[in-house]
Design a protein around this ligand. Structure first.
Ligand SMILES: [Zn+2]
Length: 467
């Protein structure tokens, strides 16, 4: 039997990553991610289970984003008793992300139950999983650092290489024994950009025969990293001069830490005035604590700047981590310039809503958008500068400045992806498989790769590819 590759998620789309490598002796699953996006559709897809978990030999987790780890708690329920291999930082962040999801699911269900009760109906629906299932899945983790090989399954040897995407993110190279031969298959997981703060660049992989690579921004070029800090400094100075506040809706994982790190550097260099900075998101605060203890993931610059000087890269004099709801609400009464970083990233829920409610009507303030805003989200409406927006059922006129920084992206663009493929040993590489991308991005990237002489396949869900 040939070695096979197939996917049950993030094939022709960007969420729900679930990839499989099957030999005659074992089946390895790479990531067990949740689908996200349109609520009902995502929920339906997350409740489908198109593979036999008890037949899996091992699971490898590339990183802790929900669309890669979100369905891990369902594995034991479906009979999986093996290990989940990940880097130590990924395990710690995944614990945070999964617990957060269990709590959001419980709250959502509570809300739906109340609504149903009001209609005189009963709600049959159960959450996908609760905290108990999360704890059970955390017990499956086996952690290992970068570049230390391990044997996840019979006839397979795997090694993690840095993916430079979020803390702990890893590319996985799997050596598969086939008779007397060995085949090497690499999964990039989500791939970061070169030159990102805090993290190392995506690592160049050793020669592989097959590469499974992400393609989220297969048709996009990002602004150069170098411009990010200056643009951030400009918007802070401009708003502070007006006496306004800067509200930054940001994802709790990675984006918030990058912002804190950038602010720390700007303050140290005297490029922005000293003003109070508040991180108002319990999840972001907890994630930042995890960032602090995983120094093994830092790039050389972060190590040199901070570890040698024994300074904390995620703390400075005017930085405040807000924990209680009362403290969060007290920020509403704050006079004078300040920076408030809060989640959720797309302004759909969470504490950022209070800050927006209280600040969008003041033209002195700035709403700084630093991440992707999906269609139909409040974040997208703000980004489109709609004259009126609704927050908590209340109408507000959007008079604050709205600025977008494109530079903070955790995904490689097509130049980064091409550079990553070019670094591989061309004589060994037989085919590139594209996953984790939408049609336009994948079509564009496939064309570029083929023009550069690489045999390329866009993976389709459920389809098996013989290697
Ligand atoms: Zn990711």
């Amino acid at each position: 039997m040939a070695v096979e590759l197939y996917s049950h998620g993030a094939a022709g789309e960007v969420t729900g990553s679930k990839h499989f490598l099957k030999s005659d002796r074992a089946t390895l699953m790479v990531d067990c991610g949740a689908f996200q996006g349109h609520r009902e559709e995502a929920d339906r897809k997350n409740r489908e289970w198109p593979f036999a978990a008890r037949e899996l030999s091992a699971v490898v987790l590339s990183h802790a984003h929900f669309d890669h780890c979100g369905l891990l708690p369902l594995l034991p329920k479906h009979g999986y008793t093996g290990s989940v291999h990940a880097t130590p930082a990924t395990r710690d962040l995944a614990s945070l992300v999964l617990m957060d999801s269990a709590s959001i699911q419980a709250k959502d269900l509570e809300y739906l139950r109340k609504q149903a009760k009001r209609r005189g109906a009963a709600l049959e629906k159960q959450p996908l999983y609760g905290e108990n299932e999360v704890v059970e899945s955390l017990n499956l983790f086996t952690t290992i650092g970068y570049r230390r090989s391990f044997i996840p399954a019979d006839g397979m040897r795997a090694t993690f290489y840095d993916a430079g995407h979020i803390l702990g993110s890893a590319q996985t190279v799997v050596e598969v024994a086939q008779g007397t031969n060995t085949m090497r298959v690499a999964f990039t997981g989500d791939l970061g950009r070169r030159g990102m703060p805090i993290l190392r660049d995506p690592e160049t992989l050793p020669g592989v025969n097959y590469l499974v690579i992400e393609s989220t921004y297969g048709n996009r070029r990002h602004d150069p990293m170098i411009e990010a800090q200056q643009k951030l400094a400009d918007v802070i100075v401009r708003t502070a001069n007006r006496g306004g506040k800067i509200i930054i809706p940001a994802f709790a994982l990675e984006r918030t830490q990058e912002l804190i790190y950038a602010l720390n550097q700007l303050l140290a260099a005297g490029k922005v005035p000293k003003l109070p900075v508040f991180v108002d998101s319990p999840m972001a605060t907890n994630a930042t604590a995890i960032y602090r203890v995983h120094q093994e993931c830092y790039d050389a610059e972060t190590r040199r700047d901070f570890l040698d000087k024994h300074q904390n890269p995620f703390g400075f004099d005017d930085l405040n981590y807000v924990s209680s709801i009362a403290e969060s609400k007290s920020l509403n009464a704050l006079k004078g310039p300040a920076i408030i970083i809060s989640s959720s990233g797309m302004c759909e829920a969470g504490r950022v809503l209070h800050h927006l409610l209280n600040n969008v009507e003041n033209p002195n303030n700035t709403i700084l958008i630093v991440g992707y805003m999906a269609e139909n989200t409040l974040g997208r409406k703000i980004l489109e500068r709609q004259p009126e927006i609704t927050i908590f059922g209340e109408q507000r006129k959007l008079k604050a400045e709205v600025t977008k920084l494109n530079t903070f992206s955790a995904h490689a663009d097509y130049e980064d992806i091409l550079a990553h493929v070019r670094c591989l040993d061309r004589a060994q590489l037989q085919r590139v498989f594209l996953v984790h991308g939408e049609v336009d991005a994948q079509t564009h990237l496939k064309k570029l790769l083929e023009a550069a002489g690489y045999a390329t396949t866009v993976m389709r869900p459920g389809e098996h590819y013989a290697l």
